[in-house]
Design a protein around this ligand. Structure first.
Ligand code: ASN
Ligand code: ZN
Length: 332
């Protein structure tokens, strides 16, 4: 028999947080029984197997530094919990499959491994420790990005290549931003940047920018005929840009201390409808309109259908979806 507990996580990226844990006798584990039994395991630099479930004699996890083996676990466990809560409380989806069952997280994958990934076959997400094993890829936005790959896989099933692959990647970035805003953590405020905490570029810049994706030097701001031929982490750009424009509108805007400047490819302004409505539209499109082969034109059709069902086809929200797609060069 296990008691439900609230532990304390001293994370690297999100400050001190509450973690869902379980207690059995004198031992505590990173087993979030109120969120589908989501568990966090230590791969201890291995690259296979499930690893060892985090357990300990107290309910305090990590010390904020990557040199403590529990710190990355605290971040990953927190990210999974916030993502679970977002999908349940905002989108009405309980768990990645919508069946109430939790996935699991594995941290300390490999040696100085600079990536994180979702894997359908284990129904789990995995995190490397980053450069010099000091920057684990366990920030909240990365966790939400990886967990969202599980949601996409179990809904639209967007193929991970060509334009559908870009839409798959964008969906993970879109809900990463949505989860970060939802969590409203003072140590990791919401933004339209992806991976700004894990310092992959070594100079403090984020991996991706949603207001103007080309700022990363490789992503595209708008659709063009060759988009399906580039890496999915770059062909995601136009859809990320669409989501930013639909949420916040074009032009300059400062949110939580970050200043964005979002252009439009047609030169016409877009008036944002707010990120909450934008995320509801994208989720409805993802889960009821998109298929494995949806391309950018199909995403427009699907998002408009979703907006029409949610707000009506004569609504400002519907019009904003039209305008935001036109702004990324996807038109009627
Ligand atoms: N971290 C990467 C991602 O989730 C791994 C990959 O390339 N699939 O997109
Ligand atoms: Zn991804």
């Amino acid at each position: 028999w296990q008691a439900v507990e609230n532990g304390t996580g001293n994370t690297q990226y999100s400050g001190t947080v509450t973690l869902g844990t379980a207690q059995s006798g004198s031992s505590y584990t990173l087993n979030d029984t109120t969120r589908g039994g989501h568990k966090t395991y230590n791969l201890n630099r291995g690259t296979s197997g499930t690893g060892t479930l985090y357990s300990g004699s107290d309910d305090v996890w990590g010390n904020g530094s990557a040199s403590n083996t529990e710190t990355a676990a605290a971040d990953a466990h927190y990210g999974a919990a916030q993502t679970w809560d977002y999908y349940k409380n905002v989108q009405g989806r309980t768990g990645i499959r919508g069946d109430g069952v939790g996935a699991y997280s594995r941290v300390h994958y490999g040696n100085a491994y600079v990536n994180a990934f979702w894997d359908d076959s284990c129904f789990c997400m995995t995190y490397g420790d980053g450069t010099s094993n000091t920057h684990p890829l366990t920030s909240l936005d990365v966790a939400a990005h990886e967990m969202t790959h599980g949601v996409t896989s179990n809904t639209a099933g967007l193929n991970y290549s060509g334009e559908s692959g870009g839409l798959n990647e964008a969906t993970s970035d879109i809900f990463a931003a949505a989860v970060e805003f939802y969590a409203n953590n003072p140590s990791d405020v919401g933004d339209y940047l992806v991976g700004e905490k894990i310092n992959i570029n070594g100079d403090g810049t984020p991996l991706r920018y949603m207001d103007k994706p080309s700022k990363d030097g490789a992503s595209k701001d708008a659709w063009y005929s060759g988009l399906g031929g580039i890496d999915v982490h770059y062909s995601s750009g136009p859809a990320n840009h669409f989501f930013y424009l639909l949420s916040e509108g074009s032009g300059t805007k400062t949110i939580n201390g970050v200043t964005y400047n979002s252009p439009t490819s047609d030169g016409l302004p877009v008036t944002g409808i707010g990120r909450d409505k934008a995320a509801l539209i994208w989720f409805k499109a993802l889960t009821t309109k998109f298929t494995s082969t949806t391309n950018y034109a199909g995403a427009r059709t699907g998002a408009l259908a979703a907006a029409g069902e949610l707000y009506g086809t004569t609504s400002t929200e519907y019009k904003a979806v039209q305008d935001a797609f036109a702004a990324i060069n996807v038109g009627a």
